[in-house]
Design a protein around this ligand. Structure first.
Ligand code: ADE
Length: 248
């Protein structure tokens, strides 16, 4: 997969995409992150990419012309590709959206800076807007890096254990269960006995119960949207009873 990023800070985006799983995906040829700087497409001597907003107010607005040329160059570099503008006004990014993006051969991410981007550029060149959460960042670069990471790690062969993406938080709409490794005892905290049992059916059952319980405790909004089967409802009920008897 190829992700093109239109950004005034290409080094930032490239650096973030060079570490860990995503960096490895790039070096294995599973993912390629290409950056485009609108300053290189500005037509005046000063390489102007922004100006004061009509109507007044704080901050600067990114200009249509250099962004349009940059987006066209990026979008048409290899066939065509959807253009996604990262902004707090966008649809909220979810794991489901990440999964659908991860199946595309290519897309373009547009990072805004200053107060944002001239609305006419969005109307003309942007296919969709995505937000990574209900808070305001000073630019789209961190959000683009979040998208690249979440999508990059889902590329076939990016993760060591082929199954590990399926076991992610949210993969089944639930939060993740707790995980443990050595040592067996940390002060007075022990690894749950079932994990040492070697009984894989029991371990699976325990993990699902913890995932259901945590989601119930921390994100009841997620549970409310799910259609749990009878076995899952029973497990959650067990968790609730145990929790209510001993909330710690
Ligand atoms: N740019 C600024 N804030 C953002 C957010 N919350 N999500 C995506 N892009 C942004």
């Amino acid at each position: 997969m190829r992700i093109d990023v239109v950004t005034l800070f290409p080094e930032f985006v490239q650096q973030a995409a060079q570490v860990g799983v995503v960096g490895r995906a790039q070096s294995r040829g599973l993912l390629s992150v290409v950056t485009w700087n609108p300053r290189d497409f500005a037509s005046d001597r000063h390489k102007t990419v922004d100006d004061r907003p009509f109507g007044g107010g704080p901050g600067m607005v990114m200009l249509v012309e250099p962004l349009r040329s940059t987006i066209r160059a990026a979008r048409d570099a290899e066939g065509s590709a959807p253009v996604i503008y990262l902004s707090p006004q966008g649809e909220r990014l979810t794991q489901r959206k990440v999964e659908s993006l991860s199946k595309l051969p290519r897309f373009v991410l547009l990072c805004g800076r200053y107060e944002g981007v001239d609305e006419r550029l969005i109307e003309e060149c942007v296919d969709e807007e995505l937000s990574i959460g209900d808070y305001v960042l000073s630019g789209g670069e961190l959000a683009a890096s979040v998208v690249i990471d979440a999508v990059g790690r889902l590329q076939d062969g990016a993760l060591g254990d082929a199954d590990s993406a399926k076991q992610d938080s949210f993969a089944e709409g639930l939060l993740d269960c707790p995980h443990y490794a050595r040592p067996l005892r940390e002060g007075d905290r022990e690894v749950p006995e079932v994990l040492l049992s070697g009984n894989h059916a029991l371990i699976r059952r325990w993990r699902l119960k913890q995932a259901l319980g945590r989601t119930w405790l921390r994100r009841p909004d997620l549970l409310a949207r799910m259609d749990l089967d009878k076995a899952a409802r029973k497990l959650l009920e067990e968790f609730r009873q145990e929790y209510l008897a001993d909330p710690d």
